[in-house]
Design a protein. Structure first.
Length: 260
């Protein structure tokens, strides 16, 4: 399928391809994505050229924000079609390294459930796959179908640190697999963020906060959404857990910083 190929993405993200897309979607082009504001705020104290791990890089939109902020990026992604996109999109960027793998609690092989080419919903979590496959589970009442699964290599944050060095920031967007990823965190990092889907992953999200708090008692937590873009006041792990238990929000990013 051409739209699933390296050549397709190479053309899409070429200067002329971007110009055509910018002309076709000029209104979108004038509005910076909310993620740009979020990560600019999170990384405002980062040194120039800081190392960033983008776990669950998908099509590279967030990785590109990190590049524009002047940082070195390790873009980790298991889905083959998304890998084609990342390799084509960043072929001219020396500061981006693409790693074809999922990230989990231990190295090995796992089944990746595929949604569609170019999708952000590929997942290792059977719980998330089953949830999305049921009618009207999405806030817009949409049902998602996962056509097949494939075996993919799994690495850990520990192995990524050994290969590339300790990151300043880790972004985790793993469609329900965040707890497994954080369980293998080898040490503390200055800041990180991970996606939360509620209420289905309430227990797992609380466990993520507990893992991080046990790793570093100086960690403080905040959250952001696409409506309330910037992180709120940073609070203790206990306060964040109480917030998660009581909030009506369904999708948010938890931000974690060492504020010692």
């Amino acid at each position: 399928m051409f739209k699933d190929s390296y050549l397709f993405y190479k053309l899409k993200y070429s200067p002329i391809g971007r110009q055509i897309l910018g002309w076709r979607h000029h209104k979108l082009k004038k509005t910076p994505p909310w993620e740009a504001h979020l990560y600019q705020e999170i990384l405002k104290d980062a040194p120039p050229g800081a190392l960033v791990f983008d776990i669950g890089a998908s099509l590279g939109d967030i990785s590109e924000i990190f590049v524009e902020l002047g940082h070195q990026v390790i873009a980790i992604e298991p889905a083959p079609s998304n890998i084609h996109c990342l390799q084509a999109r960043f072929s001219r960027h020396q500061q981006v390294k693409v790693v074809k793998a999922a990230v989990g609690a231990e190295p090995g092989v796992a089944q990746l459930y595929l949604h569609d080419f170019g999708s952000t919903l590929h997942t290792l979590s059977s719980k998330w796959k089953n949830h999305l496959s049921q009618s009207h589970n999405d806030e817009i009442g949409k049902q998602f179908q996962f056509s097949r699964s494939i075996p993919v290599a799994v690495t850990t944050i520990h192995h990524l640190v050994k290969e590339f060095g300790p990151p300043y920031f880790i972004k985790i967007d793993a469609e329900g697999f965040e707890q497994e990823i954080l369980s293998a965190l080898p040490g503390t990092v200055p800041c990180l963020s991970f996606e939360v889907n509620l209420p289905i992953f309430l227990k797992e999200s609380i466990q993520c906060v507990n893992i991080l708090s046990a790793q570093n008692p100086n960690y403080r937590f905040s959250y952001a959404t696409n409506v309330n873009v910037l992180p709120k006041r940073f609070v203790s792990a206990d306060e964040m857990i109480q917030f998660l238990k009581n909030t009506n929000l369904q999708h948010l990013d938890i931000c974690c910083k060492d504020l010692a």
